[in-house]
Design a protein around this ligand. Structure first.
Ligand SMILES: [Zn+2]
Length: 294
């Protein structure tokens, strides 16, 4: 039997205090993801009849302790901008529960006026609890795959295959795809497109760069806008195969719980180029860190 349990003990009302700083919040998400990924791994290896349970301790007291006629207080410690992909359940993969995360999801975890407005809301109305903003991409992202496909086949981009609104999402991702393509050609050589694994590498690199770009833009907005200097902006990519959140993505065979990581949002464009180079080098066919296709 495999159980995923939300547990609330009324005898121990404040089970765990909320993270007080952005670093505490980062550690809480990383630890939560490590535990979740380890649990999934242990479920894969479980013997027949062996029970496996994942317990999320919930601070439901904010809900249960108020009179039913009152509104409980919303107090998430982190904002997560993630993809709508059904394989990427935000609270679960970070091992978090009720009232912990303010989640904004759309296909491709792209920025838009509505996404930015939602984050602005948290920085004002929820400023007493929010310590962190995380942009989370993921491997095998359908939106990034679509953007890569449209980038490589411009004729299809303008066909009836894609609705105008879907094109808007792809357009938001094109910059990351273009930069990924340029770096892969630089690292792999001018015949990169003819080498095995090129398209998968372009998708994987673009997934990371897209999350990095979004975090870069958000950080600029928040830090330069002076909204809340204590809120940190991080980014990462969730591997839908191993459940690990890391950045840059690690080769699947080399992944471990120790590699789970959320990176600080780039502050300069050169950092985006360095990230692209690191990933393109790791994905180069025959390279030391060659990976299986996504
Ligand atoms: Zn996606």
């Amino acid at each position: 039997m495999i159980d995923y349990t939300f547990r609330f003990d009324p005898q121990r009302s404040n089970v765990e205090p909320q993270p007080a700083t952005s670093e505490d919040a980062r550690r809480a998400l990383i630890e939560g993801n490590r535990k979740f990924a380890d649990w999934i791994k242990s479920c894969r290896c479980a013997a027949e009849g062996e029970d496996k349970e994942f317990v999320v301790r919930c601070g439901l007291n904010s809900i249960l302790s108020v009179d039913v006629h009152e509104f409980p207080t919303q107090k998430p410690f982190a904002v997560v901008v993630g993809c709508s992909d059904a394989r990427v359940p935000t609270e679960m993969l970070f091992g978090q529960g009720f009232n912990d995360l303010f989640v904004v999801r759309n296909a491709g975890n792209v920025l838009s006026d509505v996404v930015q407005g939602s984050i602005d809301f948290t920085l004002n109305a929820l400023k007493d609890s929010v310590r962190l903003i995380v942009v989370l991409g993921h491997t095998n992202c359908g939106a990034v795959k679509g953007a890569v496909d449209a980038y490589l086949n411009p004729g299809r981009f303008w066909s009836k295959s894609y609705s105008p609104n879907l094109r808007l999402i792809f357009q938001r991702i094109f910059v990351a795809v273009r930069e990924s393509d340029n770096m892969i050609r630089e690292v792999w050589g001018p015949d990169a497109q003819r080498q095995p694994g090129y398209q998968d590498a372009l998708i994987e690199t673009a997934v990371c760069l897209n999350a990095a770009h979004t975090s870069f833009a958000l950080r600029q907005e928040i830090k330069e806008g002076g909204a809340n200097p204590d809120v940190e902006v991080l980014f990462g990519a969730y591997d839908v195969r191993t459940q690990h959140v890391c950045m840059p993505t690690a080769p699947i065979d080399a992944q471990s719980a120790e590699m789970v990581n959320l990176a600080t949002a780039p502050q300069r464009p050169e950092e985006l180029a360095s990230l692209a180079r690191e990933i393109a080098t790791g994905l180069k066919p025959g390279g030391k860190a060659a990976r299986r296709p996504a």
